[in-house]
Design a protein around this ligand. Structure first.
Ligand SMILES: Nc1nc2c(ncn2[C@@H]2O[C@H](COP(=O)(O)OP(=O)(O)OP(=O)(O)O)[C@@H](O)[C@H]2O)c(=O)[nH]1
Ligand SMILES: [Zn+2]
Length: 213
């Protein structure tokens, strides 16, 4: 059986719309579309398409990787939950799309991410913890996001991100990126080190308004 992350990386999947339904959220009405491959051995990716989505205009788009701890339980170890909610708010205002990719823990999965947290509590940063577990620092691929956007009929986007890897992935795709829209969240004591590592060592384009390091 091909593991999902390998299939995504090897670009061997062909994404398919499996089902869709409207979901009213605190930010607005979105059509939620579940995509998966031919087999059901991996969890579906989601596209949340706002009711005012118009494929003939550049679409404000968030490509968000799953973070159960932050997105679902509001963990302050990272800024994911706040980024997701801000993305819902901004895409609702702009008739945009949130893609929710099941690449938990930058692709290492929730069990390994919890193990990485244990190592971070002993002094590792977010990169070193993955290395000590002999896991990739970032195992994600965005090919699936491009396939989803193409299936929905999107041609031009404004991408909500600070992550250079996402920018590069879209730049090398048939989707035209007209603008990179920063998604900066104020650091908290619990995640300031995590954010500093992303900025300093992973090249994330994070410029806090008051110029915190
Ligand atoms: N391995 C690992 N993954 C983490 C850690 N903290 C958060 N994550 C994962 O990092 C990913 C964050 O993805 P996104 O929300 O798409 O954001 P990003 O890649 O930081 O880039 P932006 O678009 O700038 O927000 C999620 O899959 C989280 O589960 C950590 O300490 N270790
Ligand atoms: Zn997170």
């Amino acid at each position: 059986m091909v593991k999902p992350i390998e299939a995504i990386k090897n670009n061997t999947i062909t994404i398919k719309k499996q089902a869709e339904a409207p979901i009213p959220t605190p930010w607005g009405l979105f059509n939620m579309i579940a995509f998966s491959g031919k087999s059901d051995d991996w969890m579906p990716h989601f596209a949340l398409v706002h009711e005012h989505f118009d494929p003939d205009h550049p679409v404000l788009t968030r490509v968000h990787s799953e973070c159960i701890t932050g997105d679902l339980f509001g963990s302050a170890r990272c800024e994911c939950g706040e980024q997701l909610h801000k993305s819902m708010e901004l895409t609702a205002q702009a008739g945009g799309i949130v893609l929710y990719l099941r690449q938990e823990g930058r692709g290492i999965g929730i069990i390994n991410k919890l193990k990485a947290y244990n190592l971070q509590d002993l002094g590792d940063n977010t990169i070193e913890a993955n290395e000590h577990l002999h896991l990739p620092i970032d195992a994600r691929s965005y090919d699936v996001a491009v396939q989803m956007l193409q299936t929905i009929g999107v041609r031009q986007i404004r991408l909500l991100t600070n992550n250079p890897a996402k920018i590069e992935a879209i730049e090398h795709s048939p989707i035209e990126m007209l603008e990179i829209v920063p998604l900066i969240i104020d650091p908290k004591p619990e995640n300031v080190e995590y954010l500093r590592t992303k900025k300093r060592d992973m090249g994330h384009l994070i410029n806090w308004p008051d110029n915190k390091e």
